[in-house]
Design a protein around this ligand. Sequence first.
Ligand code: TMP
Length: 242
Amino acid sequence: MTKLSILYEGKAKILYETNVSNELIQFFKDDATAHNAQKLEIINSKGIINNYISEYIMNFLGKKGVDNHFIKRVNSREQLIRKVKIIPIEFVVRNFAFGSIIKRYNLSKEYKFKKPLIELFLKKDELNDPLINDDLIIELGWVNISELEDLKNKALIINEHLVNLFSKINIELIDFKIEFGKTVNDNKNKLILADEISPDNCRLWDKSTKKNFDKDIFRNNTGDLIKGYQEIVNRFEIKIES
Ligand code: TMP
């Protein structure tokens, strides 16, 4: 497999074409952004840690039957993934109220939802990723009604698996964001989990102390981000080769 030109560069990752038409290389950068990139810093080795954590979680989900884009990790910063056309909708699943939803609806912090709640956001930085509803998603044509229902179901199933996985290391999964894509060049057009799952896009709190080990450390300037992410690596006993 040969790495070719850049297909897409985002805030935290770069996607490269390869000589295999339906496979890409996903490179994890050290860039950390918050508040729609108004806050930006390079945090040494964040990309490496997220590559390993996302590998661990995607492998775990794959074993649970959640079809996803991960094929294999290539090196400390890169993984081989299936090429998909990303659906430009961020699926946020919330178990407890925290972050933007508190301000939006004046909810009490840490309120536990009776059942996991899904919010959908349009993935569009220029518009500040606004909330979007089902009708508009269908109107705009990225997915049809049954596909949207399927994706919401998948998001809830992923949540169940992740809540269990993180519980084993005494972590409460407060919320997380995932993205899906449609497979390309394989005549299947399957909707699968894509992007990454790491402390960059989850809220992860110690169940006993409520100390957090996620990107809120960076968003809110509350400490050393790498120490936080490393705690997740340590608890999962992920071996990072240096
Ligand atoms: P929020 O409370 O800011 O809406 O975030 C909910 C969850 O989604 C939280 O775990 C952080 C994650 N998230 C992202 O990964 N990327 C984003 O652009 C946003 C807004 C949230």
